[in-house]
Design a protein around this ligand. Structure first.
Ligand code: LIP
Length: 273
């Protein structure tokens, strides 16, 4: 497969995240147009629409690349593995990874912490990624060749090395009964760190770590599309991100990221549970 300059991949990732994010923003009045809902999660018509817009945009430049998106299967809890939209994704093939609206529940309730995330990987390595938060007018981006930026300005993780002084972001996984596993982690962070917080968008949580606002992030069950772009943004801002475990569903993982200085201490906290 023809090699694409990383700068070109980054440019398309940024523009694609803006295509998706702007479509959601322009259609905010439709934020309660559900296509599926259960007690703790929803799926909006706009989730699916935004992904279709992003895919069409990427295909204009790279019709042969594979695409994996959260909305490949629109059920809430089904197998979300992307259907094979390209038959030429080999070990060196390119694959775009899309979360059209990360923080769908926030978006639907007009809570401004939501974003559109687009990454592209070659083999196992994410090459470029962009996270666009339209309500706050913030664009985070990074590539393997360039440092992370927020609205074009370079960003850096914090230099805090004490858990006791750190803010840790986490989330309540929609597939785990609230009150059991994720809250165990929340309590452990709350006990041992300055503050534990739950904001509702994993991609933005990670960007806050990259930007040097929060110090760490952990979620016991999250999907590849939530962390693909923002994980690179953390790394290129001087931090560390790693998959702690593969979970039951395809593309479902436990993911830990931090400024790097507290990574091992956080890992000890998590595994101590
Ligand atoms: C959501 C995350 C959130 C996490 C939820 C969910 P969605 O993504 O970003 O932080 O706790 O379980 O995965 O479904 O809004 O794209």
């Amino acid at each position: 497969m023809a090699e694409v300059p990383v700068s070109e991949l980054l440019d398309i990732a940024i523009k694609a995240s803006q295509v998706g994010g702007k479509h959601a923003l322009a259609n905010k009045a439709r934020c309660e147009e559900y296509i599926a809902a259960d007690r703790h999660d929803i799926k909006l018509a706009l989730d699916v629409e935004c992904q279709a817009k992003i895919e069409a945009f990427i295909r204009q430049s790279f019709p042969e690349h594979a695409i994996l998106g959260e909305e490949d299967n629109t059920s809430l809890n089904g197998n979300r593995l992307g259907d094979d939209k390209s038959n030429i994704k080999g070990p060196d093939g390119y694959e775009w990874i899309i979360d059209p609206i990360d923080g769908t529940v926030n978006f639907s309730h007009k809570f401004p912490i939501w974003c559109c995330s687009v990454a592209v990987r070659r083999g196992e390595t994410v090459q470029a990624g962009a996270v666009y938060a339209p309500d706050m007018n913030i664009l985070y981006a990074a590539s393997v060749d360039t440092p992370s930026t927020r609205n074009g300005e370079p960003i850096q993780v914090t230099k805090r090395d004490k858990l006791a002084e750190s803010i840790i972001l986490t989330g309540l996984d929609k597939n785990v009964v609230p009150g059991v596993e994720p809250l165990g982690f929340f309590f452990r962070f709350a006990e041992n760190c300055r503050k534990a917080r739950i904001l509702g968008s994993a991609a933005l949580d990670l960007c806050l770590v990259a930007e040097g606002i929060a110090d760490g992030y952990f979620e016991g069950s999250i999907y590849l599309w939530d962390i693909a772009a923002a994980g690179l943004i953390v790394k290129q801002a001087g931090g560390k991100g790693e998959i702690i475990a593969e979970r039951e569903e395809p593309n479902q993982i436990s993911y830990l990221a931090s400024n790097g200085l507290i990574q091992e201490k956080l890992k000890d906290l998590i595994t101590a549970l």
